[in-house]
Design a protein around this ligand. Sequence first.
Ligand code: F6R
Length: 614
Amino acid sequence: MCGIVAYIGKKQAFPIVLKGLKRLEYRGYDSAGVALLNNGSLNIYKRSGKVSNLEGFALKSDVEGNAGIGHTRWATHGAPNDVNAHPHFSNDGTLALIHNGIIENYDILKKDLTSKGYTFKSETDTEVLVHLIDDIRKNENVWFGEALRRALHHVVGAYAIVVISKDEPNKLVAARKSSPLVVGIGNEGDFYLASDATPIVEYTKNVVYLEDEEIAVIDLAEGLRIYNIGDQEKTPYVQQLELELAALEKGGYEHFMIKEINEQPRSIQDCFRGRLNATEGWVSLGGIREYEQKMINANRMIIVACGTSWHAGLVGEYLIEDLARINVEVEYASEFRYRNPIITENDIVIAISQSGETADTLAALELAKSKGATILGICNVVGSSISRITDAGSYTHAGPEIGVASTKAFTAQVTILTLMALSLGHKKGMINDSKFHTLLAELEAIPDKVKTVLESNKAIEKIAEEYKNASNALYLGRGSSFPVALEGALKLKEISYIHAEGYPAAEMKHGPIALIDENMPVFVIATHGNSYEKVVSNIQEVKARKGKIVAIVTQGDKHVKELADHIIEIPETDEFLVPLLATIPFQLLSYHIAVMRGCNVDQPRNLAKSVTVE
Ligand code: F6R
């Protein structure tokens, strides 16, 4: 959480930093600030609220300068106000600093610095960093980059930091540990820094992803140098960005979320491009191929993830256990990492993460690695921390997901897990050739079927109109549709602020049924398959208590149509693939309800896209 951007070179820094902050606003949007170096003066502009507030405020001044740092915040310590916004600066006004992460020992550091006479203006944990660097710089008589390196030895926690100094206007220094940071090497001897590559791609494709405990020293005269915190110099590993600028724009849609929902036929296709050929009858996940035998022989697979990615993991559990007969457990990463779990070298731990930066998921992987397990990743963001620490993995190739509520990343994660289940199941001899070929052909047909589901948008908007004022909602599903119910409920609550719960349909009798009355909408996945009749009984139980039913059914279904208040049809597909289709009406429903309630769908309150704090 929090987004950081910096620029140093010949161009004006403010427009570059501001545009970058707008691209990173998905990471936090409660306050923003920039610091600009101009002819020996360091000017800081900070405002609570969105980056646009900062823009309006800063543009009243001349905002000149060829070096600048900027920050968009998601508050952890201290309220989201002007004072707590970053950058923070040293008492003498020489240094300015931005930070993404959490300084866990800030209390002790603050006491120590206060006793030395430093005054704190904000309630943030970050401010200790700038005073600590300043203190070392003065007392140990070193330049600010060296002071930063020495300061890091006293710091416990997570950080991506950029520091600027008015004494050395040609330099920027940055460091990272557990929070991401990318350096862009410009074409005009200039440099960019950002939390991810999205603010950089417009200017250069040459980037260096900093590793944990690395420090980047940018000097306009000498270029980029990378050191570890032990002061050993390292050779920068320059990578080429594959990201395209157009993927970061709204492309005519009103919100990123609806754009991303509509991208799913293509994102699912991109996910299995080159990995599946139904005509020739093969499926292959190149990234994990050399680990497949190990997966087949594993004691068990443990999937660790958070939020929507955890829901994808649950779908994966149904698929892999059923198709490949491998024992799978799905764990909340935040619980797993602190539970002292029993992990052996025969376990495979798979992290699922859109951003590849989620702090708990990363920590869960590190724990599994320390116990000797094989660690694999399913990530969307190329070059992200999780993708770099894993032994191997598969990218979802969904393209940048900017709406805070995850949509296309979820279906891409489920697609990868489906490919994995099919590949393992076939290699292990658990699915015969005929079933394998049928499922491959069905999977290949999914993008077109998703298009068909998206055509129900207008009808779904009408249903949204009817339920937009609900205070509560229940989502029910069975088998692999149960995680779809959980995901439907999460989408509704996070963007429309309506309380919603997902349950396995049969569990309804054990408590939630008490909530049902004429005001309670119940969204049910009632598609053809093994548990169809049972779900129909659950629908009858709801109707007997005057609850309202919105059912997702298989095209042509007559039975549920008679019982339900509304139905949304999805094309017939194999039961294993239903989650890829059934999740889409729920995404659309949540989107329309949130828009009708006047909510900010792309940036819901209190949320951030990339949760880099625990
Ligand atoms: C919900 C949502 C979150 C994320 C969760 C994990 O729409 O987006 O629940 O799924 O924060 O994030 P990643 O997948 O980046 O690890």
